[in-house]
Design a protein around this ligand. Structure first.
Ligand code: UD1
Length: 422
C-alpha cells in the first residue's frame, strides 16, 4: 500500500498539461464494441481504470492494445456478452457495456456493481430506458441479465439527467430500429464526446450537447479514430490547487468552456483567470474569499470537484455553504479533512465550511479519487507533513499526479508503506 507524503508550504507555479478524461475514455472504449473492426482511441490517459476496462473488453472477445495514449480496440463479428463481477466491481463505469452489448448481441449479462465509497449508484434509469427500447431484464446471482432480440426506437423521459443512463440508452438506440427521443438527457462534455464518436462511426444523433437527443437507428456502425476530450476535472483540480497555494498555473490541453462555473467560482474567490488558446491560466495573490457551491448536473458545478471546493473553502476567509446533490456519500472524506484541522459541519447533504488561517499536516486516508486529490491539495497548504494513504484511488483517475505536482514546485513523494514517518 503506497502513500503520498506531502510537505506543506510550496506554491504551485508553472505549466501542466491535461490528457483525456477518465469519465469519457471508459465510455468511448465501450462504444468501440458497437462496430466490428479496429477503432483507434487517442489521448487515452495513463490511469488505473483504463487497463481494467481493457480487460472487460478482452473478456468480451475484443483485442485491446496496452500502450497509451493511443489504444486500438479490435472487435470481432461475434462478441461475448458477459462482463463479470471481478472487473465490474473495480470500475463501476464498466456498466456502460450494457447498451452496446444489447445493441450488438441482443443480450447482455453484466455484474451488478454494488455500492462504493461515494454512495449507492442506482441503475433503475438505465434499466427503464433500455426496457422502453424493448429489452427484458432479470436479476440473477448478482448479475443483470438482459435480452432484446430487436431494439426499437421510443420516446424516453429520464427522471434525472443521469450520465450513465444517457450513455447506455444512446449506445443501444444507435442500432435500434426507428427513432429514439431521449429527453432530460445528460449533457456533460463527456456525453458530447461519446456522441461525436458515435456520429463518426455512422450513427445519426441530433441535439448533441442539449438535453433532448434524437437518435435515428442505423443497421450497422463502422470503426473510427477518436480523440478523447480533455479531462475537465483534472484541469479543475490544478486550477483549485493554484488558488489554494497562492500560485500561478497554466493548464494546457484543457477547455475553459467546460469549466465556466468552477472558474467563475475561483474568480469570486479572488483569483485571476485568463483564457489561453489551449487552456487557461489561474493565479492568486491573496487569501481566497469563501464561495458557496451547489453540485448539479452539467453545466452546474461538478460533483467531482466538490471535495476540492471544500478543501479550498477550508482555508478561505469567511464561511462557505456547500450542497451536494448528486452522491449522498460524497461527504465521507470530510472526516479526513477535519483531521487536518478543517472546520466543517455537515447536515445531510449540506456542509458549512468555516475557513481557517492554516491547516496542520496529519495522516489521512483517500476515500475516493477526488477526495484523495483534495486531501493532497489540502496537504500542500497544511503546516508540516501530510501522509495520504489508499492512493490507489488517486491513481485510478489522475495521470502522474505526483510528478505533475512536483513539476509545479510541490514537495510531494510517493512512499511505500514500510517507508513511513514514525
Ligand atoms: C456521475 C456524475 C458525472 C461524473 C461521474 C464520475 C452527475 C449527474 N453525474 O456520473 O458527472 O463524471 O459520476 O464521478 O453529476 N441515479 C439513479 N438511477 C440511475 C442512475 C443514476 O438514481 O439509474 C442517480 C445516482 O444514484 C446519482 C445520480 O443519479 O445520485 C447521478 O448518477 P449518474 O449521473 O448516472 O452517475 P454517473 O454516471 O456515475
Amino acid at each position: 500500500m503506497e502513500r503520498f507524503r506531502v510537505a506543506g508550504g510550496a506554491r504551485l507555479a508553472g505549466e501542466v498539461t491535461v490528457t483525456g478524461a477518465k469519465n469519457s475514455v471508459l465510455k468511448v472504449m465501450a462504444a468501440c464494441l458497437l462496430a466490428e473492426g479496429t477503432s483507434t482511441l487517442r489521448n487515452v490517459p495513463d490511469i488505473g481504470d483504463v487497463p481494467i476496462m481493457a480487460e472487460v473488453l478482452r473478456g468480451l472477445g475484443a483485442e485491446v492494445t496496452d500502450a497509451v495514449p493511443e489504444v486500438r480496440v479490435t472487435v470481432p463479428a461475434a462478441l461475448g456478452y458477459e462482463a463479470d463481477y471481478e472487473h465490474v466491481r473495480r470500475i463501476r463505469g464498466s456498466i456502460c457495456v450494457l447498451g452496446p452489448l444489447l445493441a450488438r448481441c441482443g443480450r447482455a449479462r453484466v455484474a451488478l456493481p454494488g455500492g462504493d465509497a461515494i454512495g449507492s449508484r442506482a441503475l433503475d434509469l438505465h434499466v427503464s430506458g433500455l426496457q422502453k427500447l424493448g429489452a427484458a431484464f432479470e436479476s440473477e446471482h448478482g448479475y443483470l441479465v438482459a435480452s432484446a432480440p430487436k431494439l426499437r426506437g421510443e420516446q424516453i423521459w429520464l427522471d434525472f439527467p443521469s450520465v450513465g443512463a444517457t450513455e447506455n440508452i444512446v449506445m443501444a438506440a444507435v442500432l435500434a430500429h426507428g427513432t429514439t427521443l431521449l429527453d432530460n438527457a445528460a449533457r456533460e462534455p463527456e456525453i458530447v464526446d461519446l456522441c461525436e464518436m458515435l456520429v463518426a462511426m455512422g450513427a445519426r444523433i441530433g441535439g448533441i450537447g442539449t438535453s433532448t437527443l434524437e437518435i435515428g437507428g442505423v443497421d450497422e456502425l463502422g470503426p473510427t479514430t477518436h480523440d478523447t476530450v480533455p479531462d475537465r476535472i483534472v484541469a479543475g483540480t490544478f486550477a483549485i490547487g493554484a488558488v489554494m497555494t497562492l500560485g500561478d498555473v497554466s493548464v494546457r490541453g484543457a477547455r475553459a468552456e467546460h469549466l465556466r462555473l468552477p472558474l467563475d467560482k475561483l474568480v469570486q474567490a479572488g483569483a485571476d483567470v485568463e483564457e489561453l488558446p489551449d487552456g487557461f491560466r489561474v493565479s492568486m495573490d491573496r487569501r481566497p474569499t469563501a464561495v458557496d457551491v451547489v453540485t448539479l448536473p452539467y453545466p452546474g458545478f461538478p460533483t467531482d470537484l466538490q471535495p476540492l471546493a471544500i478543501g479550498l473553502a477550508s482555508i478561505s476567509e469567511g464561511a462557505a455553504f456547500v450542497t451536494e446533490n448528486i452522491f449522498e456519500g460524497r461527504f465521507m472524506f470530510i472526516d479526513e479533512l477535519v483531521r487536518l484541522g478543517a472546520d466543517v459541519r455537515t447536515d445531510g447533504h449540506h456542509a458549512v465550511v468555516r475557513g481557517r488561517e492554516r491547516l496542520s499536516g496529519a495522516p489521512v486516508r483517500a476515500t475516493d479519487i477526488r477526495a484523495g486529490a483534495g486531501l493532497v491539495l489540502a496537504g500542500l497548504v497544511a503546516e508540516g507533513v501530510t501522509e495520504v494513504s489508499d492512493v490507489f484511488h488517486v491513481d485510478r483517475g489522475y495521470e502522474g499526479f505526483i510528478e505533475q505536482l512536483r513539476a509545479l514546485g510541490a514537495d510531494v513523494t510517493r512512499v511505500a508503506a514500510d517507508d513511513l514517518l514514525g
